[in-house]
Design a protein around this ligand. Structure first.
Ligand code: SF4
Length: 475
């Protein structure tokens, strides 16, 4: 899907602890670059030296892409062998520097730096509770609430990992966390496992990352996924401690299926499931369940490409490219608002007349949110001479919002709400329109894996908030 009508992932996280004492900022930088698809609004790195003064943290964060925010000099200044990094996506109002992560919190036990991917569903209640007991907030993000709760629990308990375990029952919703204390690096995941988190190793350094593609980028080997509900602690003497007291039965897990359809990079493997394989399967199912005769099948770049390949494999229709994407558009030119949104599609994509002229085209996209770009895409293909345009979507229609770390909006904003597929087909101007069947979602991954498919069915693994609280504190 194109950015004009895209769904935002709330964030990507990365943490690294080099037990041999080497600096980690450069590797964190590259790790964050490979997680850039998970958030483009702001980013940051916080590091510390475990042999230096306890709790002295250097951090740098700002609005913008990783390669815009950090210069070589910035990275040089971030000296330390333990650190966390973050890339953030946010809804428009909250796109301010104060809300960039990692959050660094000083308290009596030292310093905590925290990077969070997800959304808490009880953030307003927690914020009120904490505010009434004297907390003063520097940001409007719910990640700060987690940091506060951990810091408070730490005063009552012997270790930071125990404090995380005590804080977890107080927070509801989706969270994959990487936490740096003066001498330990911790990765933790909410009990449902909405968002991914993996553990890797390079030489004598341990790494937590949102996706395996970040491990590949820095030449680290994958060790395993942090399990839903698990707290994994890397200690100064190289132990990997695991606390599973917050884990729940596997059948209650809720791995976000949309990670596989759209959010994650196709070269990542999350919870043992290849994102690429899931997308190939989605493309195959689209043809199996709703075949159409055509001359060429192509994806809306980039996110529709792998499913389009799967469609081609299943159907025998040649896979091709029908759009050229300009990847060098300055983001500052893309302004919110319908009028600008529409015109920017053309700036970003151009139809390949020679590939399309006189052809029957199947075009695959991962989803339709508001439908503001699908009609442009189809019109561009027709203008380029396409004889027929058949649109296939590698997910079922969005019918419900997401409260667990993405910004799938309220129902009224979703094109499929209150409309039939035929209505949508007419609006976007396709010859035919087909979506992935709901029954196919589980088949994209291991059937035994318990998934969240709430934005398609309205059935979430955890009770959603009664109000749409997501904009409340600009979280
Ligand atoms: S509601 Fe949709 S996007 Fe949100 S976690 Fe569930 S599957 Fe993922």
């Amino acid at each position: 899907m194109l950015s004009e009508d895209r769904i935002g992932e709330e964030c990507g996280v990365f943490g690294m602890y080099d037990l041999d004492g080497g600096d980690v900022a450069r590797s964190i930088y590259y790790g964050l670059e490979s997680l850039q698809h998970r958030g483009q609004e702001s980013c940051g790195i916080a590091v510390s030296d475990t042999k230096g003064p306890k709790g002295k943290v250097f951090s740098h964060k700002d609005m913008g892409l990783v390669n815009e925010v950090f210069t070589g000099e910035d990275i040089e200044k971030l000296a330390g062998n333990i650190g966390v990094g973050h890339v953030r996506y946010s809804t428009a109002g909250s796109s301010v520097r104060e809300n960039a992560q990692p959050l660094v919190l000083n308290y009596v036990k030292g310093t905590l730096a925290l990077a969070h991917n997800g959304n808490l569903t009880n953030a307003p209640e927690l914020r009120q509770e904490l505010a009434y007991t004297g907390a003063i907030f520097q940001t409007t993000i719910d990640s700060e609430l987690i940091a506060y709760l951990i810091a408070r629990q730490r005063l009552k308990t012997g270790s930071v990992e125990e404090a995380v375990a005590l804080a977890m029952p107080q927070i509801k919703g989706a969270y994959s966390l990487v936490i740096m204390s003066p001498r330990k690096l911790i990765g933790a995941r909410d009990p449902h496992g909405f968002r991914p988190l993996v553990l890797g190793k390079r030489d004598n350094a341990y790494i937590f990352a949102s996706e395996t593609c970040a491990l590949d980028t820095i030449d680290a080997e994958y060790i395993r996924d942090v399990e839903p509900g698990e707290i994994v602690t890397i200690t100064a003497d190289g132990q990997i401690l695991s606390n599973k007291t917050r884990c729940i039965p596997e059948k209650e897990h809720g791995h976000c299926i949309f990670e596989y359809i759209y959010f994650a990079r196709p070269d990542s493997v999350l919870d043992g499931q290849s994102v690429y394989d899931a997308r190939i399967k989605a493309g195959r199912f689209l043809y199996k369940d709703d075949p159409i005769d055509a001359d060429i099948v192509a994806g809306v770049p980039e996110s529709g490409n792998v499913a389009a390949l799967g469609y081609s494999m299943e159907s025998g229709i040649p896979y091709g490219q029908v759009f050229v994407k300009n990847s060098y558009i300055g983001r500052t030119f893309i302004k919110p608002g319908q009028k600008n949104r529409e015109s920017s599609v053309k700036v970003k994509l151009n139809a390949l007349n020679h590939a399309v002229n006189g052809k029957r085209v199947v075009i695959i996209d991962d989803s339709i949110v508001r439908g503001t770009t699908s009609d442009r895409i189809i019109r561009m293909l027709r203008d380029a001479g396409a004889k027929e345009v058949h649109m296939r979507i590698s997910s079922p229609p969005f019918l419900w919002p997401c409260f667990f770390g993405t910004d799938i909006p309220a129902r009224e904003q979703l094109i499929a709400y209150n409309k039939s597929i035929e209505d949508i087909r007419k609006i976007i101007g396709a010859d035919t329109l087909g979506y992935l069947g709901l029954n196919r979602l589980k088949e994209l991954v291991d059937n035994k894996m318990s998934i969240c498919e709430g934005c398609f069915t309205g059935k979430y693994p955890e009770e959603p908030p009664t109000d749409d609280i997501r904009g409340e504190f600009e979280a």
